[in-house]
Design a protein around this ligand. Sequence first.
Ligand SMILES: Nc1nc2c(ncn2[C@@H]2O[C@H](COP(=O)(O)OP(=O)(O)O)[C@@H](O)[C@H]2O)c(=O)[nH]1
Ligand SMILES: [Mg+2]
Length: 441
Amino acid sequence: MVPGIATALLGTLPEPRVATFSRWRDAGSGVGGAGSEADGEIIDSGIALYFPAPHSFTGEHVLELQGHAGVISEALIERVVQLGARRARAGEFSERAFLNDKIDLAQAEAIADLIDAGSRGAARAAMRSLQGEFSQRVRATRDALTQLRVYVEAAIDFPEEEIDFLASAELRERVEFVRKLLADVLTAARRGALLTRGMTVVIAGRPNAGKSTLLNALAGFDAAIVTPVPGTTRDLLRQKMDIGGVPMDVIDTAGLRQITSDPIEAEGMRRAREMVRQADHVLYVVDAAADPLARSYDEERASLPPDATVTLVMNKSDLAAAAAAAAPTAAAPAHVSSQPPRVVISAATGEGLDALRAHLTATAGHTEGMGGSFSARARHVEALERTAIQLDTACRQLATKQGELAAFELRGAQASLGEVIGDVSSDELLGRIFRNFCIGK
Ligand SMILES: Nc1nc2c(ncn2[C@@H]2O[C@H](COP(=O)(O)OP(=O)(O)O)[C@@H](O)[C@H]2O)c(=O)[nH]1
Ligand SMILES: [Mg+2]
């Protein structure tokens, strides 16, 4: 179909992979029989590129036209549709590339992640995944798992020797090898998922601690209203930013205090606590001048989720009273040592902000220039975690010489790994993945 459309539109089929200037014509009068197409009015002109199958992104014939934008391109699309083409669905090019084995599923997802990347770090990671680094590591793990499976299944086929097989040192080594590969790829995928999705950081603390000032300082502009009046911030305020190469969604909240008679403030506090529950990380801001021992945190702690990761941000270090509290407390009271890590800053002067940023990127498991991390999605992490559980089960069964059961688990583990790169995939999964792409990708 593509060569036919190309010939009708351009008058001739361009030489493969050679940028060719051409004029693209309308249908023409149709009078005069053969060759009348060439009489059609010129819709647009530009560069045509023809990629015959299988040497194209999708693996199919592709004709690329680089013309002028605007209404002209709409007219051109109409003409091409008239000639028998149809408009692409969202993600259809990537989906076709996947179905034609040009890329695997993790690579296809990396295309979308590259387009949506919220930071340079995330974009670099997506590029690495697109180049196949993530897929290669998954494949290496899968291959090692396959060898282990073959080994175990061979043992089952020779029942007289099975017990010796299952107790052998070689088997233990193979299991450990797969475990190590899987653990490494899982760690990298978890880090990658955070880089792809970004990290949600909630700023919480008492009214007037300096939460909104901190959000503004991190964002680099006045996103939030700051006043000396407690209770100024009443709703959540969300700001996307790139901190040390990691995309972060930083959320300012209404100050938390025990009692309020204002229903709007009460609702603001409810939303703040809800956000704290959903966050990847909490920056608990303390006015170090007014509360040098961070008692406000101790009082709030009971209402925080027990597994929340928190950093105490001791703010207002520019004030003398706070500076005294900020000095590395040699004789810290007992309760201080049980508090989370603390960073001393002045949101007003910017002192300590770089250290806070570095602390946040370290929390995300990411250091600039670390290299090697690739984009990954929650879907990948879940599949890898399932693989790890199945592998552990298989290990226990091998230890108790239940070869058949172990072989069954290993088969499951292999299937779970295959889901990451799309060895096995359902239409429903593919639909979900590709429908989230933008048109034309
Ligand atoms: N001296 C000093 N004042 C600050 C600092 N951070 C915030 N403030 C002041 O504290 C007051 C409350 O700040 P704000 O950011 O609105 O606090 P929030 O209620 O926690 O959002 C304002 O008057 C700010 O100017 C700081 O680092 N040093
Ligand atoms: Mg505020």
